[in-house]
Design a binder for this molecule. Structure first.
Ligand code: ATP
Ligand code: MG
Length: 199
């Protein structure tokens, strides 16, 4: 059987975000909410989840990424605040938000869609909303959920790091004893030059 790998495309987060996320996770944990928390060292901003892909398809994916990167401007990423999907009253996914650079990430996602859809990788049904997953809630009693909602409201405008992004990465998610390990398969640069339109 052909070797298959669990692949996703992501942007790395600012170093400052990794440091601050450790503290934020501790703070959110204290609300009593039960969640599977992310390892701060492996935080990332997912652009595209490819799922299980045959190894021989990887070169075509790498070329698709390179073309999408060549058509996309570098991004000034600014991470601000924490929140929950679908909302704070029904927290399932806990995340850090993207303030600056969200349009750039959406543009990169669209460029990837243009390159990956023809290769047979459809986008998810739901709209792409850039975020950094901090944890996935397993269980929250009503009191813990209320405390969590209050914490998220208090954190809504907290700056959690900023950095220029000029590349993005194809990762393989490999099963490990302490959760998955992410292995770099390929990186593509964002090399589109800004074009000024003259009136
Ligand atoms: P774990 O599953 O052990 O919590 P993880 O979610 O970090 O760890 P993976 O499940 O391999 O590891 O996922 C890798 C990345 O792809 C993560 O950013 C995850 O959110 C994203 N991802 C996983 N499954 C899907 C999916 N079905 N749709 C969209 N994104 C997904
Ligand atoms: Mg997962």
């Amino acid at each position: 059987m052909a070797r298959r790998l669990r692949l996703f495309i992501a942007v790395d987060v600012p170093g400052e975000t990794v440091v601050l996320a450790r503290r934020l996770i501790e703070r959110l944990r204290k609300t009593g909410i039960e969640a599977r928390w992310a390892d701060p060292a492996r935080l990332h901003l997912t652009l595209w989840f490819l799922g299980n892909v045959a190894a021989e398809e990887m070169p075509a994916i790498c070329r698709a990424m390179d073309r999408a990167g060549a058509a996309t401007l570098p991004i000034d990423l600014e991470i601000v605040g924490a929140g929950a999907f679908p909302d704070a009253a029904n927290p399932r996914t806990l995340w850090l938000g993207v303030r600056g650079g969200a349009e750039g990430l959406v543009a990169l996602h669209e460029a990837l869609a243009g390159e990956l859809n023809p290769l047979g990788y459809p986008a998810e049904d739901r709209r792409y909303r850039p975020h950094i997953t901090l944890g996935r809630v397993r269980h929250g009693d009503p009191e813990a959920t209320q405390r969590l909602a209050a914490e998220l409201a208090a954190l809504a405008e907290l700056p959690v790091g900023a950095a220029g992004v000029d590349s993005f990465t194809l990762y393989a998610s490999l099963p490990g004893r302490d959760g998955p390990q992410y292995e770099v398969i390929h990186a593509s640069d964002l090399t589109c030059k800004a074009t000024r339109t003259h009136a």
